[in-house]
Design a protein around this ligand. Structure first.
Ligand code: GDD
Ligand code: MG
Length: 346
C-alpha cells in the first residue's frame, strides 16, 4: 500500500524564537498546525497511512495528531534521538514501508496534486520522482535540472550564486520506490539531497522530475512563514477544513473597527474601538486595544496589544504583551511571552 512519510525532525533553527516551544511541523499557519496542511494534501491523494519521522520535541507533535483517527488517517511515528538526516530518517522507518512511498519535507506548503505525481512516476517506471517548484533565487534550495523527457540530469543542494543555472528547485516532495532504501546506509546520517540523489544520477537510475505549476512555498524562515500566510489570506492557497476549529465569537463593535477582508481573526479575540487590522492573522483570545494598528502581521494566541501600538510585517508569539504606543517594526519576530514596554521600538 502506498504510504506517506513526512520528515518532521528538523529543529526549525531559522524560525527561532518561534520554534523554541513549538516544533516547526506544528507551528500554526492561519491558526492550523502546519502538518495538517500536508495531511490534507495526502488524504486528497487517497493515501491514509502516514508515517511521521520525528526528532525535535516529538511529544508535542504526537499530542496533536495521536493515532490520526481524528483526522481520518492512520498515523505512525518513528523517532530519532539524534537526527539521522533526511534519508537516514526514511531508513529508520524501513520496517513500516512495503511499497511506493510519498516522502515530504515537513515545512512545504503546496497544492500539488500528489495523485498526478504518483501517476507520472508510475508511467515513467521511475525509481524516484522529485517535485520541482520555480523560485526567484534558488541558492537556499536544491537546484534541479531536468532534460526534455523529464529526467533529472543535475541536482545541486544549496548552490553558490555562480552555480545557479536555472530556476527550478527541489520542492521537498518525492515519490520513491522501496528499492531506494537499499541505497541508504543504516549507519551515520544520510541525506537525500547530498547522498541519495547524487548517487541516483551517478548510477543513471530512472530519476524523474515533475514540475509543480500550482502554489508552492516553504515556511522555514520568518519571511517565508509570513509569505505563506499572505498566500492563504489572498486566496492563492486554499485553506483545508480543519476539524478542530473553535467557534466562540469575536468581541468587537464592527462599526468602530477597521478590519480588511483579507485578515483572519480566530475565536474569542477582543477588538477595541479605533483598531485597524490589515492583511493579518490573529490567533485565539488576542486582545487588541484602542487605536492600535496591525498590518501584514501574524500574531499567535493570547497576545495583548495595548492602545495605539503599531505592529507591521512582524510575527508575534503566544501570550506576548505589546505596550501602549509601542512600535514593532517590519522584520521583528517575538517569541512567546515577550513583554514590550510602553512606547518601546522593536
Ligand atoms: N526526521 C528527520 N531527521 N527530519 C529531518 C532531518 C533529520 O535528521 N533533517 C531535516 N529534517 C526535516 C526537516 O524537519 C524538514 O521538514 C525537512 O526535513 C527538510 O529539512 P530543512 O532543514 O528544512 O532543509 P532545507 O529547507 O534547508 O532544504 C530542503 O528543503 C528545500 C525545499 O524547502 C532540501 O530538501 C532542499 O533541496 C529543498 O529545495
Ligand atoms: Mg526547509
Amino acid at each position: 500500500m502506498i504510504k506517506a512519510f513526512i520528515l518532521a525532525g528538523g529543529k526549525g533553527a531559522r524560525l527561532r524564537p518561534l520554534t523554541l516551544h513549538t516544533p516547526k511541523p506544528i507551528v500554526p499557519l492561519a491558526n492550523i498546525p502546519f502538518l495538517f496542511f500536508q495531511i490534507d494534501r495526502i488524504k486528497r491523494a487517497k493515501i491514509t497511512e502516514i508515517i511521521l519521522s520525528l526528532s525535535y520535541q516529538p511529544r508535542k507533535i504526537k499530542d496533536i495528531f495521536g493515532d490520526g483517527m481524528n483526522y481520518g488517517v492512520t498515523m505512525r511515528y518513528t523517532h530519532e534521538d539524534l537526527p539521522r538526516g533526511t534519508a537516514g530518517a526514511l531508513k529508520g522507518g524501513e520496517h513500516l514501508i512495503d511499497d511506493t512511498t510519498v516522502a515530504m519535507n515537513g515545512d512545504v506548503l503546496t497544492d500539488t496534486d500528489l495523485r498526478e505525481v504518483i501517476q507520472y512516476h508510475k508511467s515513467n517506471k521511475a525509481e524516484a520522482t522529485i517535485v520541482l517548484a520555480r523560485v526567484m533565487n534558488p541558492t537556499g534550495y536544491g537546484l534541479v535540472e531536468a532534460d526534455s523527457h523529464g529526467r533529472v540530469v543535475r541536482f545541486t543542494e544549496k548552490p553558490a550564486e555562480d552555480e545557479v543555472t536555472g530556476d527550478t528547485i527541489n520542492a521537498g516532495i518525492y515519490v520513491l520506490e522501496r528499492s531506494i532504501l537499499n541505497r541508504i546506509s543504516p549507519d551515520g546520517p544520510q541525506s537525500f539531497e547530498r547522498d541519495v540523489f547524487p548517487q541516483l544520477l551517478q548510477d543513471g537510475a530512472r530519476f524523474y522530475a515533475y514540475l509543480n505549476r500550482g502554489y508552492w512555498q516553504d515556511i522555514g524562515s520568518p519571511s517565508k512563514y509570513l509569505e505563506a500566510h499572505y498566500g492563504i489570506i489572498s486566496g492563492r492557497m486554499k485553506l483545508p477544513a480543519y476539524p478542530h476549529r473553535a467557534s466562540a465569537p469575536i468581541r468587537w463593535n464592527k462599526n468602530e473597527v477597521q478590519i480588511d477582508s483579507y485578515s483572519m481573526l480566530e475565536s474569542k479575540c477582543v477588538i477595541k474601538p479605533g483598531v485597524t487590522i490589515e492583511n493579518s492573522v490573529l490567533g485565539e483570545e488576542c486582545r487588541i486595544e484602542e487605536g492600535a494598528l496591525i498590518k501584514d502581521s501574524v500574531i499567535w494566541s493570547g497576545t495583548r496589544v495595548r492602545s495605539n501600538a503599531r505592529v507591521e510585517r512582524a510575527i508575534i508569539g503566544r501570550q506576548c504583551h505589546i505596550g501602549e504606543g509601542a512600535r514593532i517594526r517590519p522584520g521583528s519576530v517575538l517569541g512567546d511571552k515577550t513583554l514590550v514596554c510602553d512606547y518601546s521600538i522593536v
